[in-house]
Design a binder for this molecule. Structure first.
Ligand code: SF4
Length: 473
């Protein structure tokens, strides 16, 4: 049957199809919809939970995998920073049941924080990463991710970006099957599941690299990275990954090109698709690399080109043609193709509609008790005859930061989950003489704020902490 699904929903249904039994995660746009859609379903025999933070979520998923079950862990890109301490250790150990880490990146920063590219984490941890180019592909590719993970014995990153996780598309889906009947396993192997000594750790490092190489072989067998060379050698070749593939296909489909370019569509950017890139470089004179955010693939193309003695042009971010900032668009991809020498007409100028949109300053929802809290803080300062620019109020991730905006103008800072407490202590230790206030939401407090509070009490730091629990979310 066909259903209209977001990328998050397609991924979640695909995971059920793959036989996932344990799903954990921590909410954060643009990834939240995946786990939320599962919580709305009745799924006997499967465990689905929002965990206290991404590290705990990943550890639960790992335990399930080591017990032989398929497990999925979901988070936004910032969550990988929290989970990574455990993640690198588990990368060394490998997994038993398929273990997939779904991360939604946010090029264009529509949901706050940084334009962090999770492919960098895949490189750093030597783990494979799969990345679909459409909502329908997300449904199929997540199933492949579980198969790859289990065949190789390695956790696998699965990356979406905001444009794919949030957009809707019709997808052919099957009804979710019942969970597989797998007996839990108990495997005691301290050479795999502990880090007891340098010899064990170094052997695990060797095993990790061997698994990555094996993952590359399996990815080639599966044909995940598809090379379509042009009929004639020479000319332009395009390497595209993720959502850039969809933009590329749209431009090519709408153009009446006498000779379409050679195209390498990359669904598995890590490990680097060396063989396919070599084949493309042998076939083409100019290569254009289309990937959002960091030039990870492009750097690999330069290395491969240098080893092969390729003397043609490489067009992308490193020659200044394309940007490392923000989302790509069809127009940006068209511009890249034109720069590479493909005879396309210029994009029509974008329709400017900004002036039609009503101004919507970001503020707290109507009725949210946070509004009263900021007003109370401001009133308390007034009662003490203190000005707002004399009293530092640290904010935290989430809605506490809304206190930085008018009419409150209360909050001064935002760094990361739980950072309001550490930062406030730093200001106190730095000698600030006026009162220092830390403000944090309840979920953020449990996520990463508690160690900061323990530290403040241990070292008797003179600050005021306000935990904002609206009792709703
Ligand atoms: S805490 Fe909830 S109700 Fe309050 S501003 Fe944030 S989203 Fe809105």
């Amino acid at each position: 049957m066909k259903e209209l699904l977001t990328g998050n929903q397609a991924l979640a249904l695909g995971a059920l199809q793959a036989g996932v039994e344990v799903v954990t995660g921590y909410p954060g746009t643009p990834s939240t919809g995946a786990l939320t859609s599962l919580l709305k379903m009745t799924l006997p025999g499967r465990h689905i939970e929002w965990s206290v933070n991404e590290k705990v979520a990943f550890e639960i998923a790992t335990g399930a995998s080591w017990a032989g079950k398929r497990a999925l862990c979901t988070m936004k890109m910032s969550g990988v920073n929290v989970a990574y301490d455990s993640l690198i250790s588990v990368a060394y150990s490998g997994c038993i049941g398929g273990l997939v880490i779904y991360v939604a990146d946010d090029p264009g920063v529509s949901a706050g924080m940084a334009e962090q590219d999770t492919r960098g984490y895949a490189l750093m941890s030597d783990l494979p990463l799969l990345e679909p180019s459409s909502v329908a592909e997300a449904y199929r590719l997540i199933q492949t991710a579980f198969e790859l993970s289990e065949r190789v014995g390695t956790p696998v990153f699965f990356r979406l970006v905001t444009a794919l996780s949030q957009s809707k598309s019709p997808v052919e889906v099957a009804p979710p099957p019942p969970p597989p009947e797998r007996e839990p396993r108990l495997v005691r192997d301290i050479t795999r599941f502990t880090k007891a000594g340098a010899a064990i750790c170094q052997q695990q490092h060797r095993d990790l690299l061997a698994r990555l190489e094996r993952a590359g072989q399996v990815i080639r067998e599966m044909g995940l990275n598809r090379l379509e060379p042009a009929a004639e050698p020479g000319g332009v070749g395009v390497i595209a990954s993720g959502v850039a593939v969809a933009y590329l296909d749209e431009v090519i489909a709408g153009a009446d090109l006498p000779t379409p370019p050679s195209v390498l569509r990359v669904a598995a950017p890590h490990p680097f698709p060396e063989e396919e890139v070599r084949a493309l470089l042998r076939h083409c004179e100019t290569v254009l690399v289309l990937e959002e955010l960091e030039p990870h693939l492009e750097r690999g193309v330069y290395v491969t080109a240098q080893r092969m003695g390729f003397t043609g042009r490489i067009v992308g971010k490193l020659d200044g043609t394309l940007s490392r900032i923000g989302e790509y668009t069809v127009a940006e991809v068209r511009r890249g193709l034109r720069e590479a020498g493909i005879p396309l007409p210029e994009s029509p100028p974008p329709v400017q509609a900004d002036h039609l949109a009503a101004a919507r300053p970001i503020t707290v929802c109507a009725g949210c008790p946070h509004r009263g809290t900021y007003m109370a803080i401001n009133q308390a300062l007034k009662n003490r005859r203190l000005k707002r620019d004399e009293v530092l109020v640290t904010g935290d991730i989430g809605c506490t930061i809304l206190g930085m905006n008018p009419p409150f103008n209360t909050v001064w800072t935002e760094i990361a989950m739980g950072a309001s407490l550490g930062l406030a202590q730093g200001y106190v230790r730095g000698g600030v003489r006026t009162p220092v206030i830390a403000s944090i939401g309840d979920s953020t407090f449990f996520h990463a704020g508690m160690p900061g509070l323990v530290n403040a009490i241990q070292h008797q730091c003179d600050l005021t902490l306000i935990v904002m629990d609206n009792g709703w979310t």
